[in-house]
Design a protein around this ligand. Sequence first.
Ligand SMILES: [Zn+2]
Length: 295
Amino acid sequence: MYIAGIDIGGTNLKFGVFDDGLELVYSRVIRSVRADTLASARQIKNLIAQSPFAPSVIGAGVPGAVFRPSGRVNSGNLRWAGVSFGETLEKETGLKVWLDNDAQAALAAETLPGGSCHGLETAVYLTLGTGVGGALLIGGKPWRGHDNAGAELGHFITHAGGMRCGCGQKGCFEMYASAGALSRCAGGVRARVALDRAREGDEAMKKALDRYARELAVGLCSLYMVFRPQAIVLGGGVSAGGDMLLESVLSHVPSAYNYDAGVMRGVLRIASRQNEAGMLGAAVLAKMHLSAPEP
Ligand SMILES: [Zn+2]
């Protein structure tokens, strides 16, 4: 049995096919279509048709809230409001679909053996990409809120009256911690390029990374205060900054009554699965939920 694992981002759509042992056997990356859910479902239908391995179920992660049991999805990055994308995708492909939040999917991948959250009881997972996604592991299980739309860690507010966010609020963490925020600190240079140049020693880009890391540290320290997790894991495009990013964040961690930079050094880590996490996690969740009847 093959499983399609799809990571629908605000910029790219990553399509993977996994075998029964969750090994990636085929993958493609294409540009995402925003706003038009039917066009997005048809993109996926075409990718399945082109794959040499025919999947029998689909798992898909989206950057937004997936409500259960309604199946409706809100995504600022994809400009979706209350859409039933899972239904549309099932109709187009004729396959069963498990739709979920992209960070929840990535967390599912990180809890597999070899992943950064494997065996942990409490962890906070953040994707730092086009937006900022979040997922929580509490008591060794994902915590999703009463309607599955919880753990939207990109949309807790770090700046009262701050920048307007796509979610409708002002001052969300996402506006200061996404790849776009890093790019803004770097005067418009793309986040990946800014990271590369900072690593090469470019002084302006090192300063940009420092400004960005200061904002990131504000959110990470608050999350540590709330959840006191064993790990705070950074995934998504900005996590390509690796140790340089972690060191920059740690330089902005204050000493508080129950943590300091030393404590945070033991907690903060980069996701073990970078580009594949979203696809793999979506496949894991599809395998988990679609191979047996739902409870
Ligand atoms: Zn927001």
